[in-house]
Design a protein around this ligand. Structure first.
Ligand code: HEC
Ligand code: HEC
Ligand code: HEC
Ligand code: HEC
Ligand code: HEC
Ligand code: HEC
Ligand code: HEC
Ligand code: HEC
Ligand code: HEC
Ligand code: HEC
Ligand code: HEC
Ligand code: HEC
Ligand code: HEC
Length: 338
């Protein structure tokens, strides 16, 4: 035994190339891996760092035996591409770039939702609650053949079977998101025409009353583009005489009959009525704007008289220039405060 190890040590020392099974171009000092006791070697005793090869051993690879990767003692034969050692269980459906989804720690993939986002198909709405195989129908459930991420790619049958309304008879195209919400739970209700919800006064209105031609894009969402006649003929209040703007949304929601109207910017633009002392003390605009055919006019005293005209006069005993007249009230109390 002594003689054998002495002999091996000699070979290692001399570095006889005839005894080197690692190939002719191999340059690393034998002692970096072998000790004097023989050619077998113990992973934990190797001082040589594999990262020098440009292929660092990470994750599970740190625990892997040299010869599980190196099929021959000519180390340079090993190919660093994952697929050279790991078989592509996905059958070429996602490409050879395994590190796009995997690393050396495990084959589990946690960011499946993110993967779908990157593919331009976020799993939202009803698509978030169904199982992988509802969409990925290949027989091997690790093979992800391209499905296409357009609605029609998966919902053609539903489209062809529509009855209410029959899409083909109605001339509705196959670009579903033109009318249907991409992340919707179902095909009707609020998920339909989501970009301009048909609710309130627009609920039940026929397509043709708004879309005068079959070119659906040929319409504006600006209220006044359809409702200018209503604006011009409004008498209670008289919108034109009062100088109202044609930006209806300043005062109107979609509530049927155009009432109630609200005007949140009144506080900043004119006089605080949704904040301060007058918040909640009025029910209708006409309590101040008593003449509905002209909102340039207003009254303070119709209200404050009832809170007692005589008292009001008392209140202003020491106020020079006091008058019981609305414009005067407003001039001295432009914000409705003392
Ligand atoms: C980077 C590490 C490393 C270096 C450096 C290295 N070897 Fe090896 N060598 C190994 C590994 C790994 C084995 C395989 C061990 C096993 O099978 O357990 C091995 C095996 C051997 C064997 C046994 C071959 C067989 O058929 O079992 C010989 C002989 C050998 N090396 C000689 C050398 C000589 C000579 C040098 C210096 C020129 C050298 N090695 C440098 C890693 C190294
Ligand atoms: C997970 C697989 C894997 C394991 C485990 C592994 N290697 Fe490697 N090794 C490789 C790959 C892949 C290359 C080629 C890197 C390249 O070409 O960029 C390589 C390259 C090398 C090289 C350089 C070869 C050359 O001349 O370019 C040496 C030496 C080497 N390995 C020795 C070892 C030894 C010794 C061990 C055990 C301690 C080991 N390897 C464990 C995969 C592995
Ligand atoms: C040169 C061969 C080789 C290369 C290249 C290689 N591996 Fe490995 N890998 C192995 C061996 C051998 C094992 C240990 C045996 C096994 O579990 O398959 C392993 C283990 C793994 C494991 C642990 C498997 C488990 O079941 O726990 C993962 C994950 C892994 N490798 C991912 C990768 C990734 C990602 C790449 C590309 C960056 C890669 N491997 C490149 C040979 C290689
Ligand atoms: C687009 C992402 C993606 C790419 C690219 C990818 N995989 Fe996967 N891989 C997955 C997903 C997702 C799973 C299932 C993991 C899970 O259930 O957590 C998986 C699982 C695996 C598994 C485990 C299979 C099992 O039975 O559990 C292996 C092995 C694997 N992949 C190898 C590879 C190899 C090799 C490559 C490169 C050729 C690769 N993968 C490329 C996404 C990918
Ligand atoms: C509602 C349908 C749907 C569901 C459910 C679904 N996917 Fe997908 N998946 C897609 C679409 C669409 C793509 C985009 C690529 C394409 O066109 O096929 C895709 C792509 C992928 C890719 C490839 C990504 C790439 O970058 O190459 C993987 C992997 C994948 N899905 C895995 C899964 C897994 C695992 C589940 C279950 C957790 C799942 N999918 C659930 C529709 C779905
Ligand atoms: C990759 C295939 C795929 C794509 C692409 C896709 N879906 Fe789906 N979708 C499904 C599957 C599978 C279901 C589950 C119900 C079923 O089996 O039909 C579903 C369910 C739905 C539902 C629930 C109502 C129903 O039919 O059960 C709606 C609504 C829906 N999708 C709308 C869309 C819209 C809008 C798009 C385009 C933005 C789209 N989908 C794209 C596969 C897909
Ligand atoms: C031009 C508008 C428009 C387009 C484009 C459109 N739809 Fe519709 N879809 C409608 C309307 C309107 C309804 C009825 C909504 C309601 O009842 O609230 C509807 C209802 C549906 C329904 C339920 C009604 C039934 O009879 O089953 C399905 C399913 C449906 N659409 C599928 C699709 C699919 C799939 C696409 C794309 C391939 C698509 N639609 C494209 C307007 C459209
Ligand atoms: C109350 C009026 C109104 C009704 C009723 C109405 N729409 Fe619309 N629709 C609009 C407006 C306004 C737009 C433009 C929205 C935008 O540009 O933001 C629009 C846009 C559309 C678009 C998108 C056109 C594009 O590509 O830009 C389609 C498709 C459409 N409507 C179909 C329908 C169908 C089908 C019906 C009947 C089921 C219907 N609409 C009923 C007012 C209406
Ligand atoms: C593309 C045309 C169109 C646009 C844009 C439009 N509407 Fe309409 N609207 C209609 C039609 C058509 C009706 C039903 C006939 C009618 O009452 O004038 C209607 C009805 C209404 C009603 C119910 C009227 C009643 O008498 O009960 C209200 C309120 C209303 N719209 C408010 C609005 C507001 C606010 C906007 C802007 C956000 C708007 N509309 C934008 C076409 C449109
Ligand atoms: C400065 C606020 C304001 C603006 C802007 C405004 N309205 Fe009004 N509108 C009102 C008020 C207040 C009423 C009365 C509602 C009530 O009784 O609550 C009203 C009532 C109406 C009525 C019913 C009046 C009647 O005589 O029957 C119609 C129709 C109407 N508005 C249409 C419009 C249209 C169309 C626009 C935009 C082009 C518009 N309004 C812009 C404040 C406004
Ligand atoms: C508590 C009293 C009060 C109430 C309630 C009130 N206003 Fe006024 N409003 C005023 C005062 C004060 C002015 C400022 C008049 C001025 O600057 O000449 C004004 C001015 C306006 C103007 C600008 C008129 C112009 O001269 O250009 C409009 C439009 C208007 N109000 C609409 C409304 C609407 C719509 C409502 C109901 C939603 C409403 N107001 C409720 C007190 C009130
Ligand atoms: C709808 C009835 C009503 C109308 C119209 C009205 N007010 Fe008032 N005002 C009130 C009420 C109620 C209070 C609170 C009285 C209290 O707290 O004792 C009040 C309080 C005030 C205060 C006292 C604030 C404070 O800080 O103590 C002033 C100043 C005032 N109003 C000015 C005006 C002016 C100016 C106008 C006309 C532009 C006006 N009010 C129109 C009902 C009205
Ligand atoms: C020339 C300016 C002037 C005019 C005009 C005027 N006020 Fe005043 N008002 C004041 C001043 C200053 C005070 C504070 C008096 C004090 O603290 O003694 C006051 C106080 C008040 C108060 C608060 C009383 C309290 O409870 O503390 C109210 C309410 C009020 N005014 C309402 C009105 C109304 C309504 C009008 C129109 C009929 C009006 N004012 C006209 C200057 C005026």
């Amino acid at each position: 035994m002594y003689r054998l190890s002495f002999f091996l040590a000699l070979i290692v020392h001399l570095g006889l190339s005839a005894q080197n099974p690692h190939g002719e171009t191999f340059k690393i000092d034998c002692k970096e891996c072998h000790n004097n006791d023989g050619w077998s070697l113990i992973l934990s005793e190797i001082s040589w760092d594999h990262a020098q090869t440009g292929f660092a051993l990470e994750g599970q690879h740190k625990m892997t035996d040299c010869m599980d990767c190196h099929k021959t003692l000519e180390f340079s034969d090993a190919d660093p591409n994952c697929v050279s050692c790991h078989s592509d269980v996905h059958q070429m459906t996602v490409g050879n770039d395994c590190v796009r989804c995997h690393d050396e720690n495990s084959w589990l993939v946690n960011d499946i939702p993110q993967l779908h986002e990157q593919n331009g198909f976020p799993l939202e709405g009803s698509h978030a609650v169904i199982s992988c195989s509802d969409c990925h129908r290949s027989s091997n459930n690790l093979a992800w053949e391209r499905l296409g991420s357009e609605c029609i790619d998966c919902h053609r049958e539903e489209y062809l079977n529509t009855q209410t309304p029959n899409h083909i008879a109605s001339g509705f195209g196959t670009d579903c998101v033109q009318c249907h919400e991409p992340i919707s739970q179902d095909w009707g209700g609020e998920n339909f025409h989501y970009f301009f919800p048909l609710i309130g006064g627009h609920n039940g209105v026929d397509c043709i009353d708004c879309h005068l031609s079959t070119n659906y894009a040929d319409v504006s969402s600006d209220c006044s583009s359809c409702h200018l006649d209503d604006f011009n003929s409004a008498t209670n209040p008289d919108h034109r005489a009062s100088g109202f703007t044609t930006d209806c949304t300043l005062c109107h929601s979609l509530s049927p009959g155009w009432a109630p109207a609200g005007y949140r910017q009144h506080d900043d633009n004119h006089f605080p009525i949704y904040s301060g002392r007058h918040e909640g003390v009025w029910n209708s605009c006409t309590e101040c704007h008593t003449n509905s055919s002209n909102y340039n006019l207003f009254s303070c005293i119709d209200c404050h008289e009832h809170s007692n005209e005589a008292e009001m006069r008392n209140e202003h005993d020491d106020v020079g220039g006091y008058r019981f007249e609305s414009n005067a009230c407003y001039n001295c109390h432009p914000r409705g405060t003392e």
